[in-house]
Structures are given as C-alpha cells and as structure tokens.
Design a protein around this ligand. Sequence first.
Ligand SMILES: Nc1ncnc2c1ncn2[C@@H]1O[C@H](COP(=O)(O)OP(=O)(O)OP(=O)(O)O)[C@@H](O)[C@H]1O
Length: 712
Amino acid sequence: MCTDPKPSRRRYSQPHHPATQRSRANSQLPPITSCRCVQKAWLASRAIPRRKGTYLMPGAQRPLNEANFKHAMTITRECALDLLKVLWGIHPYRTTLMFFLNILRGLSPAFRCYSQAMIVDELQSFITSDCFTWSRLVRLLVTEILRRAFDGFLDSFATTNERIVHDSARFFVEYQQVAQRLRLDIPTLADPHVRDCLQESDLFVRSFNGMGGFGLLSPFDFVQILALASELVSHIFVLLSLTGGTAHLGALLFSLFSAVLPMILDRYGLATSQADNSYSPQEAKTAERQEKLRSLAYSDVHRSEILVFGLGPWILSSWSAARRAMLTDERYSLTKSNLPDMLKEMNVSDLLFALQNIPLLLMFQSSSVSLGSLALYRSSVQSVVFTVGNLLTTIRMAFQGVFLMGAFCAAMNIQPRLDPPDEDALKYPTNSGGMKLEARHLSYTYPGSKDASLKDINFTLNAGESLAIVGYNGSGKSTLAKVLLRTIDFDTGELLVNGVDIRRLPPRDYHRRISTVFQGFSKFNSTVKENVGLGYVQKLSSHAAIERAIRLGGADSFVGSLPSGIKTKLDATGFDYPSCAGMNAMVPSGFSSASSNKIPHGLSGGEWQRIAVSRAFMRAERPEVDLLLFDEPTSSLDSHAQNKVFDTIDDVSRSSAGKRTKTVVFITHRLSTARRADKIAMMERGTITEFGSHEELLKRDGSYAALYRASV
Ligand SMILES: Nc1ncnc2c1ncn2[C@@H]1O[C@H](COP(=O)(O)OP(=O)(O)OP(=O)(O)O)[C@@H](O)[C@H]1O
C-alpha cells in the first residue's frame, strides 16, 4: 500500500474515560495496530494470482486457500482482539451479556425438542397403556408453555440488547471512518489502494447492523459461532443420550458428513457459486460503465445537455451494449457445466439426508423405543445437519469478514501524505504583514500524466505584496495555486513559507492562515447563509458576520431580493428542478409563500461567483489569515463588479492605517486587473517565464507585453 505509517508514532490521542456513551463514541480510536503487516496481508489477499498488479474488486470474496488463511491469521492476530477490546469497552456489561445470551439461545432448541418429545411420550402412553396420568400431562404442558414464554422473553431481550450493542459499535466505527475520511488529503485519496481500502472499510462499518446485516459479519457476529457451537453440542448430547450402539454413532457421523460435503466440494474449487471470484476487473469495468450510463439516463442534472446535444440515442445504445455484455457473461457462467453443477443436480445432500433415516429404522426395531424418542431423534439429527451447515457458512462469512476488518484497521492507520511526521512538524511561523513565499525549482507532474504541469518554478513574494499569475490556458496557473494552497504536493524543489519548508507545516494549521476562492468553487445545495458562512464556520450562526461578507463580496445586490433573503435555499445543481421560475409558476395559488420559498432558488453564474467570493471574505478579515489566494474570482463578473471585488481585496489586505497586512495572490486572464498587482508572474508551459512589475514586464517586451497589447 502506498501509505507509509511509522510504527513508532502515536497516531491517535488516547481516549479519556468519559462517563457517557456519546462521549465515548466521540473519542478517538486508540491505536489498534500500527503494524504494516495488516496492510500487507489485506492487500495480498486481494491480489489475483498469476495476474501481476491486478486486484479483486473491493468487497469481493477471497478464495479460501492456504495463503489467504495465513493473511486472515495475521489480521486476526494483529487487530481482531484489539478491536474487540475497544468495542467491548463501549458497553462492557451489555457485550458480555450478549455473549452469554447467545450461548443460552444456542441451547434452547435442544430443550425444546426434549420437552416436546416428553409430551409426545405422555400422549403415546395415554393411547397405548394405562400408566397415563393427567396431572403429569398438565405439568408437561404448563412447563412447555412456560418454556416457550421464557424463550420468547429471552429472544426479545437478547435482540434488544444486541441492537443496543451493535448500534453503539456501529456509531463508533462510523465516526472513526468519517473522521478518517476528513483527515485524508487529496494526494492520499488519489491512491487507488487507499480508495479500495476505504471502500472495504465502509463495508466493515456497514456490517454492524446486527446478525450479518448486508450479508457481512461484524466482529460481534462472531458470537453466532458460539451460539451455533453450543446448539450443536446440545443436539449431539441429546442424540448420544438417546442412542448407544455403533450403528447409531455411524449414522450420526454420516449425518455430519452430509452437511460438510458441499463445503468440501467448494474447498476444492468445485463450488457451484463462484460469482464473486469470477468477477474480473474487465467485467467490473463493464458493470461500472453500465451503471454510469443508467445514472446519466436518469439524471436531471445533465438533462439539458442530454437534450441539446441529442445524447439520448448514444446513451441508450452504449448502455444496451454494456448491459448485453454483462448478461452474456452471466449466461456464459451459468451454462458452464461442470462436476459440481452435476452433483448439485443430483442433490447429493438430499440423498444423504434420506439415508439418515436408516438409524431411525434401527431404533424402530427396538421394541422399547417410544414415539417421543423417535421424534426427538429425528429432529435432533436434522438440527445437527442444519447447524453444521450454518456453522460452516458462518465460518466462511467470518473468514471474509476478517479481511474487511483488516481493511478497517489498515484504513485507520493511513496517514495523510501531506502531514509531516510528528518529529519534523513545525508550528506556522507567524509574520506580521502577511506571508512570505519563496519557491525554488518547484516541479510537479500529476499522477498518471506524462508531462510535468509545473517545471522549475522560482519566485519570491515578500510579505504583504500582491502577485498576479497570468498566462495561457493550461500553462499551470491553477496547479501552482493548488501547490501554494497545499492541497497537492510538489515532486522536486522547495517552497518556503515565512522561511520554513512548507512540508514541515501541518496542513490544518497552514490552512487556517489562508482564505481562497477556487476556480471550480463549491456550490452547496443549501441556504445563502450556509453557502457564505461555511467560509468561517465558527461564525456560521452570526447574521452580522455573514451579511458583512455578503456586502464585501458584492452579493448584497441580489441576495436582498431573494424570496427569503439569506435564508433562501439555493439550487446548486441548477437543473435539479424543471426550473425554479417554472416551478414557482406551477405552485397552486392556494400555497402559502412559505411553502413556495422551500423551492431551491437558482442563481446566475456571476451571482454564484459572488457567493463564493463572499465565502472567502467571511474568513479573509480574520487576523490569523496571512494569504488571500483567488483563482479567477471574477471570471463571470462584469467589469464594474470586477473592479469592486479587487478594491475590496485590497481593502481587506490592509490595516486601518493602510499598511498591507496580508499577502495577495490572484490568477486572472484580465490583464487590466493584473496590472494592479505589485508583481506579475507570466506562466507558459508550466513555468514562470517572466516575473516583475507591470511596467518592468512591458519594458521587457516579451510574452506578457504581447498578451497585454492583445487584450487592450
Ligand atoms: N487533475 C489533473 N490531472 C492531470 N493533469 C492535470 C490535472 N489538472 C490539470 N492538469 C494538467 O495540468 C496542466 C496545467 O493545468 P492548470 O489547470 O494548472 O492550467 P491553468 O493555467 O490554470 O489553465 P486555465 O487558464 O485554463 O485555467 C494542463 O496541461 C492540464 O491538462
């Protein structure tokens, strides 16, 4: 796996001992294992033999072979017990109770059979002999009723208890999973193994639904094995007490064999259902494509483009090609006739099951045998066969569950790649007057790309200076912005922030010092208030702060006229509803304005951009913010609005005395705006070819001067 956890490092703070379950669940997971062997075992279990570099799809069943058995053992040894201990710690009493109740539940079927056999015996003696007593029959019936009542009570109590344990455990693991997802940065998430690991970890989290929900087993479901084992032991005990001869023992072994036989066939690759294993990466791709095309056909978001570009027939034919390919594959695997299928056709298990009646005949020959004993014998044999089958299935599911658990443990140990190791981490070096940036020979190639998007970038931007990055499309401006924002790393070179290597600054701390507008900014399907307030969540409930940010971003001009002002819900997709205006017209006249206000309101491109700029201003004025980085913040705005935004950026970056207190970097294609900056970086083919003030670059009469002349 691509991550490089250092075993010596403590990754999670130890949970304190909170009194409530909620705070326990909110605490961080103590380190389960930092052993790389879990990651290695998990990854190795996914490798497809003889196809180097190819892996099973996330969630696919691991073949039951020796290598995987060893991997399962490693995972169990390294993380199962630790994880169970952590989960047990959430509800120690209830979890212990759950274990006992499951064993008790396992014993109850044998008691049931025994009790019913006694009633049958009593009835038999009523019909055939005179040693029958009513009082004994009534006693047996009352005992049976009480037993049933107790069974019912035990069952509902055990189920409720189990649900409480599972729910808390589920919340706990879900919480860890979400927290870990939020910790991970873009380069880490770009790794396909990390994504697969998180996906399998998600499946593990979902398994906490109780009793094999989603067909998966959570560690708590392992108690099922205990319950089944105790059920098996109790039935065997009943059988042994009923029979003694070797003929009966032989029949018993025969019964067990009949239950185990299908699993043996399976073990040697003669299984009848290999669906998951035969799901090759190519088939998975076809399935994914089919699903994507189906979603496209159903999508409202892309409806306009589908209509205007006439994509309907293409979607339909592509979908049907993918679907047909899948159906053909499925049909092919179904028609493949082999030995197990033939054995299945012959219903071997049923045949063996029929033979189990032989000892019944043997018993019948014995004159002393009672009807109840026969019934008890018959039901016990059937229960043994059924329980052995269940036990083997549960063990197989548990075997698969171990790998999902391994994925969870491995996922919890993934380190965000941009986080510096604890021993190297430095605090952000504060600097009055903004952030000083020094780039030395920076280069970067996107994963999977052949060409570098950044090549040998060099510049120095002093604290409080402003820099405009200009250049042709695809010249690397946004990539440089991402590097400066520390959302991606660089391959070679050095980037100093206030004299300190940016790689030694924890990104979370560094990001507190920045406010930004991304080129492809987010549009949240929420209210104006939240769309803006998310720029500084600490002030999300402050009306005044949000209104100020809206004013600074120039969004007040239209927000005031929205149906519910800043509480208006915005339609982020733009096309999710037939049309907001249309919808308003469709609302029956009797509807109150309140209900029509619930319909998300659409915005124009420029209006959305003002919302994004307002979001950046929500945080930009904070004293801890040293860098304002705006990637084409005004590309959709008219010239007047554009100037206003840049005037505001200038105001916000200065103290009340007019001194620059924040460094400003902005990317723009409008060179009339770029000339406002102290420095301009002209980018071409991934590198800065010219750097200096507007006047200096004009004097130089190079690419910038040519671009400037072309634009004015
Ligand atoms: N995620 C990515 N994966 C691979 N290559 C990428 C990725 N993003 C950008 N690139 C490539 O990197 C190069 C620089 O892209 P970048 O977005 O930085 O250009 P830009 O100067 O901001 O362009 P524009 O002016 O059009 O916004 C381009 O060749 C682009 O194709």
